[in-house]
Ligand binder design. Structure first.
Ligand SMILES: Cc1cc2nc3c(=O)[nH]c(=O)nc-3n(C[C@H](O)[C@H](O)[C@H](O)COP(=O)(O)OP(=O)(O)OC[C@H]3O[C@@H](n4cnc5c(N)ncnc54)[C@H](O)[C@@H]3O)c2cc1C
Ligand SMILES: Cc1cc2nc3c(=O)[nH]c(=O)nc-3n(C[C@H](O)[C@H](O)[C@H](O)COP(=O)(O)O)c2cc1C
Length: 755
């Protein structure tokens, strides 16, 4: 096989090594525009976890790489004059030059033909090659030339950064957060060999502009940063090496291969340097491509297999990198946190390192975080019950601390999310709902929220939806509420809604959002836009409709009080009636209820105020919102902050942050904790308590979210369908005692086993 590899960075060199190793008879040529010793930047970081894979792929390179390593375990965070140290992380640093030297030598030893100072033109053809590997880095000219096939997407991020070096011998991976007269600067620094450290300075574009620096003036940059970090550098100098202020491009490609051409490393994808994964990803790509070529003799089949297996793995890392880079883009938001919580937030910023991971790495650090969290929680509920801070064995995990909203005190921070059961008759809930909600209350969650319950017959989604519009409904709900109150410490909230243009549809299992073919009813919305092309056109609400529906919400709230509910949640999300006013995609009104966010919120807030006026003042109200429509021109997270601010002004106690389901063509980016960044943003920017929901699967995630201040409560839906006793099981695994109902006391002496 004849292979041409464009680019002699970590990706191209490592692939050439693996190719020659696997097929000594093949001809592998690497074309690199630079000289062997030329390189930009200073050091690269590998986590211990990465290294195992390199060891398996080529032991010799692995041994050489690890011999050259500077290793450290600690992460130091310098914030507001304090040093917060967390240990047990296991990283290694290496100079990029050393890494490239090792790879170049190994490649030559294996018979790879390395051609330096060989500039490849974007339209180069290589007719003699069986395989053309495009490993020409982040600014890949060959990718651009074949853009129609690879479909690259480049998202230039707003922050500025510059990659510098220093002789300061950092003993830990070090972050500085330094406020100056120009704004906040953040430094990511680590030692990569004796006497040499990487020192990356990052700031927002606004802060950079205020410095007045020319992005290309390396000497001025050095002088500025040396003065700014004089105390930290303690007399050590900074060093330059093509140290220009840049913006980070997040690169994704729709396809990674075309005919016999394939993308590798930064040419295929980037992941922000704050998770230190670019070199790792590049080298893992090489391992994956070499394995696919080994498995499939036919090159197009091998390239397809490489893309199929490797792309989702990389996309998952990119999602983690995305939340990490967004954390650094919005650090100003977290400046008001106490230093310990700030450090915890920083350490868990990618949402992949959890409370539990950190606890294993550094139990003492997490014990301090938990003790602080518990103390703050009890201070707001009943200070006399606060655990003894000096004895951290007494400190419960964050999820088992109480939370107060007005007169309602939750025993823990786990919430059962509203979930339609489509099992009511004429709005009347029955035995199914009693068992469904009752067993989840016995399961130990602090709060159970009922399914979307409609304020009128015509406000239902489907014929099976629950209602609160008939006296019989009050009694049926009271039976459930009484059970929950009598048999558990769980509180119960009612989610009130009107389905709007998504009404008169089938039950979930009969075709979600599909219009009823018979027995349907007239539907309402902010504007006359059907949900699906074949859905009925809703009536645009006039003032009479608005008054009537507002009255129905008020009536339902009064009934909820009669039933004994502890909390009300109004449903302003997922495209239902009140949500249809908030999104610009569903509200195109030209009257006082359309236009900017504040106008679009007018009617939903009218409803909120009217309900608040009749709902007892010691009982809280929450509102569920969609923080983004996941669609161009739709509501975005910045609008959601505005929505939350308005809700707070109107005395909403907590915002339940969901997303999407506004329009049928939305393109949500699902993934673990995919909505938590919206909650984090709203909680800090609007200064209102939040609940977060969406793909929270583990108690480790719940503890991380809470301890980092990303939400006040964690809401789980499908996890509770799978396991009604989710909270009890989480308590058992964390050795936290949760009282059983009397009837189930013997369960406390049972040891579950999985096999
Ligand atoms: C500030 C910063 C910090 C980083 N920190 C880390 C870190 O700590 N850990 C980590 O793992 N990664 C880090 N990275 C990322 C890392 O540098 C890259 O992800 C990695 O080098 C990608 O390898 P590659 O081989 O795909 O691309 P590159 O290393 O960019 O190699 C591409 C090569 O192709 C050559 N080339 C380009 N065009 C042509 C052409 N037309 N003809 C011939 N040759 C060409 C280039 O000269 C270059 O040598 C960091 C990046 C930045 C910007
Ligand atoms: C069967 C089912 C029914 C749902 N019904 C509602 C509902 O009535 N009201 C609501 O706001 N969200 C509803 N949702 C959305 C969930 O409350 C939750 O926001 C979503 O499932 C994401 O959380 P998860 O990843 O923990 O499942 C429903 C979800 C499911 C799976």
């Amino acid at each position: 096989m004849r292979v041409v590899c464009v680019g002699g960075g970590p990706a191209g060199l490592y692939l050439s090594i693996l190719m020659r190793k696997a097929r000594p008879g093949s001809r592998v040529i690497v074309l690199e525009r630079n000289r062997p010793e030329d390189t930009f930047g200073f050091g690269v970081v590998f986590s211990d976890a990465t290294l195992d894979k390199l060891g398996e792929a080529d032991r010799q390179t692995y041994d050489e790489i690890t011999r050259g390593f500077a290793h450290w375990d600690d992460i130091d965070i310098h914030f507001k004059g304090q040093l917060l140290r967390s240990t047990g992380h296991g990283f290694s640093g290496l100079s990029r030059k050393t890494l490239l030297g090792i790879l170049q030598r190994r490649a030559v030893e294996l018979g790879v033909e390395l051609r330096f100072e060989a500039e490849v033109r974007p339209d180069a053809q290589f007719p003699e090659a069986d395989l053309i590997v495009i490993a020409d880095g982040v600014n890949s000219a060959l990718r651009a030339h074949h853009a129609a096939h690879f479909q690259p997407e480049i998202d230039w991020r707003p922050n500025r950064f510059v990659w510098l070096g220093t002789t300061f011998p950092f003993g830990a991976f070090t972050f500085y957060f330094k406020e100056s007269r120009h704004g906040l600067f953040q430094v990511h620094a680590y030692r990569y060999e004796q006497g040499s450290s990487t020192f990356i300075v990052e700031c927002s574009d606004e802060t950079f502009r205020r410095t007045g620096l020319d992005p290309a003036d390396e000497d001025a940059t050095l002088a500025y940063c040396e003065a700014l970090f004089a105390a930290e550098l303690a007399g050590h100098r900074l060093q330059k090496n093509r140290s220009l202020w840049r913006s980070f491009p997040v690169i994704r490609n729709g396809r990674w291969h075309h005919e016999n051409r394939v993308l590798l490393g930064d040419a295929a994808h980037t992941a922000h340097f704050s998770i230190g994964s670019g070199t790792k990803l590049a080298m893992e790509d090489a391992i994956a491509l070499a394995a696919a070529l080994e498995e499939h003799p036919d090159i197009p089949a091998a390239l397809a297999a490489y893309e199929r297996h490797r792309k989702p793995v990389v996309e998952s890392t990119q999602r983690a990198a995305q939340v990490s880079l967004e954390w650094f883009e919005s650090t100003e938001r977290y400046l008001r946190l106490e230093p310990l919580q700030f450090a915890f937030s920083c350490l868990t910023r990618s949402l992949r390192v959890t409370h539990e991971n950190l606890q294993r790495r550094d139990p003492a650090f997490v014990a301090r975080v938990d003790a602080d969290f518990a103390e703050n929680a009890w201070r707001l509920v009943s200070p006399e019950r606060a655990p003894d801070r000096t004895d951290t064995r007494e400190t419960p995990p964050p999820m088992f601390t109480p939370f107060r909203l007005r007169g309602m005190v939750l025993e823990n921070r786990v919430v059962v999310s509203p979930m339609c059961q489509y099992s009511a008759e004429e709005g009347l809930v029955g035995d199914w709902h009693l068992v469904h909600l009752g067993s989840r209350a016995l399961g130990g969650a602090g709060l159970v929220i009922t399914e979307m319950t409609d304020v009128s017959r015509d406000g239902r989604i489907s014929l099976g939806c629950a209602g609160m519009y008939d006296p019989a409904h009050v009694e049926a709900w009271r039976r459930i509420v009484d059970f929950v109150h009598r048999q558990s410490g769980t509180k119960i909230g009612l989610q009130l809604a009107h389905a709007g243009r998504k009404g008169s549809t089938r039950r979930m299992w009969e075709g979600i959002d599909e219009p009823l073919t018979e027995g349907g009813w007239p539907i309402l919305s902010a504007s006359p836009i059907p949900y699906l092309p074949h859905s009925p056109v809703p009536k645009e609400m006039d003032r009479d409709d608005m008054d009537r529906v507002r009255g129905e919400f008020v009536r339902a709230a009064r009934m909820a009080e009669e039933s004994g509910f502890d909390m009300l949640e109004l449903h302003f999300a997922h495209g239902y009636l009140l949500a249809s006013f908030i999104s610009p995609l569903t509200n195109v009104r030209t009257d006082a209820y359309g236009g900017a966010v504040a106008q679009r919120m007018r009617y939903p807030l009218e409803v909120f105020d009217a309900v608040r006026a009749v709902w007892p003042s010691d009982k809280p109200m929450s509102v569920r919102i969609s923080a983004t429509d996941w669609a161009p021109g739709g509501l975005d997270p910045a609008d959601a902050v505005e929505v939350a601010r308005l809700l707070k002004e109107h005395d909403c106690d907590i915002v339940d942050v969901s997303s999407g389901q506004t329009i049928a063509t939305a393109k949500p980016r699902y993934g673990r904790l995919y909505q938590t960044p919206f909650s984090d943003r709203i909680r800090h920017d609007a200064g209102v308590p939040t609940m977060t929901v969406g793909n929270i699967g583990s108690w480790a995630d719940v503890n991380s979210i809470l301890a980092a201040g990303r939400a006040d409560l964690c809401v789980l839906a499908r996890a509770h369908l799978y396991d009604p006793y989710w909270t009890r099981h989480a308590a058992y695994e964390q050795e936290h005692e949760l009282a059983w109902p009397d009837q189930y006391r013997p369960a406390a002496f049972f040891t579950p086993r999985s096999k």
